[in-house]
Design a protein around this ligand. Sequence first.
Ligand code: F6P
Length: 363
Amino acid sequence: MAIRKVAILTSGGDAPGLNGVIRAFVKSAVIEHGWEVVGIEDGFEGLVGKPRLRPLGLKEVRGLLGRGGTILGSTNKGNFGWRKNAQGELERNDAAYQEFVANAKAEGIDAVVVLGGEGSQSIAHDLGNFGLPVVGVPKTIDNDLVGTDQTFGFDTAIGVATDALDRLHTTAESHDRVMVLEVMGRHAGWIALHAGLAGGVDAILIPEIPFDLRALAHKINERDSVGSSFSIIIVAEGAMPTGGEAIYQREGLLGGIGYYVANQLATLTDKDTRAVVLGHIQRGGSPTPIDRILASRYGVGAVWAISQGRFGQLVAIQNDQLITVPLLECANKIKPVPVDGQMVRTARSLGVVFGDEEHRINQ
Ligand code: F6P
């Protein structure tokens, strides 16, 4: 199949490095193949109704490597391909897929690149079933996508969270306080685990390991008894107490576990406690050098995948090799932190608690 025109879209929550992928994709497509490139605006919605496309050439991607966000816009409302039936229940809307594919064909688009997380890659796979050649590029700051070793945006998020922990350390020490930092991580605790290790915290709470507050209180008291009268805890937004549930601010919006932990520990110990929610500061701003390099590799990889006809595949990096894996292998799947993996064991060896320390709870 001769490729002449390709399109790219960004879907789901943004991540530092999206613009770097767009830049690399455009540069490689133009320089190596002479393809015409268009950007689809606002995710999949940009090809439903009146197409919202913008031409992307070398001039349009100038200066994008270090710029956060996505110039194409994105949405994570998750509405594409679903509609409410007469009973108010969500049902699949094949018409949206058909319209997207018909619009793409009418615009002369030969292949589409989808930058998105596990939900977006599921849509990308389904678009393939409607006859559109699609290549996926994995995206999330949470680093919880199956099939690839590291997503761009993760390193930036760890950097921001580590900086926050460094700052919390000094003020915690001044006031003999327990500081709790809540970071992103809906289903997996990669950001909390990595930033927690880099920031030298005393406890790491992640969705994969339900926690008991008594284990945390024990750790805080133990530190007090040896003269370390402050403690730092990092908690992923999706973490939950044993037998409990994740905390939502409102329907669909996680948040509040940091305040819950801080308030409970104020009761269980005699310490003054405070919580800080890092939120979207982790997702905004300029990507780190590692994320810029990853973004460049993924963008060039998407061009390579199209040129090889690897449709229905996700561009991935495994053991430092650029490969593709079937979209179905990663669609709607999550890569959890291995609870007995080397990272968790390293943290435990350093005395970091995860809230599941039975011997401490039972004391
Ligand atoms: O990118 C994934 C993520 O960072 C989750 O950890 C978090 O729950 C979600 O995005 C929040 O996104 P938003 O507030 O944009 O809906």
